[in-house]
Each structure stands twice: as C-alpha cells, then as structure tokens.
Write a protein that binds this ligand. Structure first.
Ligand code: ARG
Length: 475
C-alpha cells in the first residue's frame, strides 16, 4: 500500500517500486516505529485532533500490532514499500480508515529519522555493553601476566622489555576511549525529530517537546529543516564502529603474530581456532583474522554514508534511505565480532618462559646502559653513543651486553664500569619504569585497577540507560 497515491494516475512502474522499496531492510525499525506512533497518538489526542474513543482503539490496535510484529504473525508484504506503509496497512486492516489518522502532523521524513535514532540508541547500548565485557576480559588477562616479561617492540623489532600484562592492558585504553566516544554520541543522537513534519514543522497544535520526553530523548530538534536532514548521528555512530573495528583489527594482527610458529607465544584455545580442510596439522587463529578482516566493511560503511551525505541538499532527499543498511550492517558485524574476540582473549594462554627468554634478546637492554650513564651526569647523546658501541662490540663478538668485560666497558666510556651489569637485567629494567603508566609491574597493577574501575562505571551507566530505554519501549 503506497502512502501517496492521490495525485497519480497509476501505480509506479515495477522498476520504480523495486528500487524504492526498503521494507526488506527497514522492517527492523518496526518496534521503534510503533513506539513513536504511540507517542504521536498521545499528542494528537491531547490536542483534540483525534477523538478519545478513536485514540483508544488506535492505541489498542498499535499494541496488538506490536505483539504481532514481535511474534512474527504480522509481516511486511511484497507490495509494501517501507516499514511505515506496512505498519499503516496493518493498522487500517484492523481499524478501517481511522488507521490513517496518525498521519496528521507527521511525515515519513520526521518519522523515519525518529525511528532510526531510537534504533541506533538501543543498539549502541548493546555494543557499549559488549565493549565493557571485552574490556573486562582484556584486563583480567592482563592481570595474569603482570609479572611476566616479554620483549616490547617498535617497528616489530625488539625495543625494550615490558611487562606482558602492560602489553595486553593497552587494548583496554583503546576501548575505553570508544566508550567515551559512545557516551558523548548520545548527546547528539538522543534528539527527537518528531514534529518537524516534512520539513517545516506543523500547523497543527503538536508538542514536539512532549513527544521527545515521552520517547526518552534527551532533547528536541531546534530547526525542523535540519531535523529531517541530519544524519550526523549515523555517520558518527559509523565512525565509532569503524574505530572499534580498527582496535579489534590490531588485536587480530597481534594474536595472529603471537600464535605463529615463529613466535609461539600464544596458545589460542581449540574452541576459538579452526582447522584446514587439507592440512590436518593446522590450527588457525581465524577469529583473530576475521576481527582484522571485518574492520574493512566497518570502514566501508562509514565511507558509504559520508559519501552519500556529501553535498546533499537540505531537507529530505531519498538518498537518505541509504543511511540504514550500512548502519545495520555495522551493528550486526560488531555483534558477531565482539563476543568472539572477548572469548578468544579470555581463553588464550601465553608461554611465559618463551616470552621471558626473548625479553632481553635483540639488545633490548641497551637503553639501560645509556640511562646508567645519564645518572652519572653524562649527556644523553654521549650516553646513547656509548651504549651503541657496546651493542656493536657484542654483535661483532657474538655476546650479550652483560658479557662485556670491565675493561671493554671502560674503553667504550670512562664512566662506564662493571656496576652497569646490575641494570642489565630484565627485572631491573622493568622495575625502574615505575612512573604512572610505565611498565613496572607495580605501575601496571595500578593501571589495571584504575581501568577496571573506569570500565565498571561505564557498565553501570550503560545498564541504567538500557533500563530506562526498555521501560520507555514498554510504556
Ligand atoms: N523509506 C524512506 C527512508 O528510509 C522513508 C521516508 C520517505 N520519505 C519520502 N519523502 N519519500 O528514508
């Protein structure tokens, strides 16, 4: 059933209908569409535009429809254009012409973006909760390895030894920034557009602030033209998801590398690995690879929506219908990836001995020699030069730094004595980096504690918002 037949001599051509149709993907907005219709009904009723008894029967029918949508007994039909027309068909089938009364003072232009905002808020909360769970898994895993050392890398070359707990815990910082971004996003996403009409507002005595409150929005539109055109909240959500995707992809890369035979640091659990159809010995870290690979589509969805929005004239244009599939796809992708990565992290074990043995190799303690000299008031540039000479000496004679003799040290630099060997140990190097955020186990333990508290407070805020949202949806 089309919502706009009056001035046309016939129905749309098949190709037009096929291209216009969005109900096969926007049907998932149905619960939000019904809920916003209930809010709209309330203002139409309280302003006397719909009679009380008509309003009561529309309300009953909407609630019935809502249950039928939920249990699948009411579905979109092939001839429905979009979710709004399908639901209006459902309503008129129950009520006759009265079912069309809700269209007063409302256009699909303000309706669709209201629905999409509700959808986005609901699903963003779900993603946020999954991120707090992922962060808990990261921090729990990090706690297990606070006292274990491993080489830290720059340029994938041994740089300085680090606490392996520090190495794992860094990911929680990235996801915590994502949670902050999500938290901030609500300000701009939780804005009601209902009452903006097609673009100019309404001549009917509606109360957009009332509907906004009824739907649990934090605020209401300030400009009706902007209200029907604004999809910043979609683009921003997609940016947040793309960034989460980037963070997941970097975990994926790390896990794949660490699980390789060459590294052999990570033992990914069987239930988070897959085999090969031809090579019976293979155990592949496919979850890590998919986490890395899926980031491509998350970025693609962001680019698709931003490209669609670029240069788009205000107010509503049909191009805007293209906002939904990328958004839905990014939500769906993360709903799949986040639990898999969380499980993969929780169940991976690391080879402490292998990492500890590797920690001092590659002359990763060379900086300690430079710092030792700096503590003896040697300018860092000269200290750096001297430490470099020690490395060269070791390389040419196949030794480690602590194996140089006192005479050799003294030849490299007069202030370099055998006392330097005390700092040429991994534990000495780690424990000396005691500043906040550094790799000393004591600092790492503190860092993890603060991150966990921060994560708990995010989780609490999200749970409160989810509770309020589900109460609003059920009202
Ligand atoms: N299906 C449309 C969309 O998703 C609904 C709005 C249609 N509005 C219009 N003026 N044709 O954007």
């Amino acid at each position: 059933m089309a919502l706009w037949g009056g001035r046309f001599s016939g129905g749309p051509a098949d190709a037009v209908f096929a291209l216009s149709r969005s109900v096969h993907f926007d049907w998932r907005l149905a619960p939000y569409d019904i809920r916003s219709s209930l809010a709209h009904l309330l203002v139409l009723e309280s302003s006397g535009l719909i009679k009380k008894d008509d309003a009561a029967s529309i309300r009953t029918a909407l609630k019935q429809l809502s249950a039928e949508v939920l249990n699948g007994s009411f579905k979109a039909a092939d001839h429905d254009e979009d979710v709004h027309s399908a639901l209006e068909r459902g309503l008129t089938q129950k009520l006759g012409p009265v079912g069309g009364a809700l269209r007063a003072g409302r256009s699909r232009n303000d309706q669709v973006t209201t629905d999409l905002r509700l959808f986005a808020i609901d699903h963003m909360l779900e993603i946020a909760l999954l991120i707090t769970k992922l962060n808990s898994a990261i921090l729990a895993k990090a706690s297990e390895y606070i006292d274990d050392s491993a080489p830290g890398f720059t340029h994938i070359q041994h740089a300085q030894p680090v606490s392996f707990g520090h190495e794992i815990a860094k990911h929680a910082q990235a996801f915590s920034r994502d949670l902050d971004r999500i938290n901030d996003w609500f300000k701009r996403a939780s804005v009601s557009s209902l009452g903006a009409g097609a673009l100019a507002g309404s001549s009917l005595p509606l109360d957009p602030a009332f509907t906004a409150k009824n739907l649990g929005f934090e605020s209401v539109f300030a400009n009706s033209i902007d209200a029907v055109s604004d999809r910043d909240y979609v683009a921003e959500a997609l940016f947040i998801f793309a960034t989460i995707g980037l963070h997941l992809s970097r975990i994926g890369e790390e896990w794949s590398l660490w699980a390789s035979t060459e590294f052999a640091w990570a033992k990914v659990a069987d239930e988070y690995s897959t085999g090969s159809s031809i090579m019976p010995q293979k155990k592949n870290p496919d979850m890590a690879e998919l986490a890395r690979g899926k980031s491509g589509r998350l970025i693609g969805n962001l680019v698709a929506v931003m490209t669609m929005l670029k240069g788009l004239p205000f107010a509503y244009n049909r191009d805007l219908q293209e906002d939904k599939e990328p958004l839905f796809d990014s939500f769906d992708t993360l709903l799949l990836v986040l639990p898999a990565v969380t499980g993969m992290i929780s169940t991976t074990d690391f080879d402490r001995e292998k990492m500890a043995l590797a920690a001092p190799t590659g002359f990763s303690l060379a900086t300690e020699i430079a710092d030792y000299l700096v503590r003896k008031n040697i300018p860092f540039a000269s200290a750096h030069e001297a430490a470099g000479k020690c490395v060269a000496l070791c390389e040419s004679s196949g030794r480690q730094l602590h194996q140089l003799t006192d005479i050799e040290f003294a030849e490299v630099h007069p202030s370099l004595d055998g006392g330097v060997r005390e700092v040429l140990t991994v534990s000495g190097a780690l424990n000396s980096r005691i500043t906040a955020g550094g790799t000393a186990p004591a600092s790492v333990a503190e860092q993890i504690k603060v991150a966990q508290l921060n994560n708990d407070s995010h989780a609490k805020k999200i749970a409160d918002k989810q509770q309020a949202f589900s109460e609003m949806m059920g009202a």
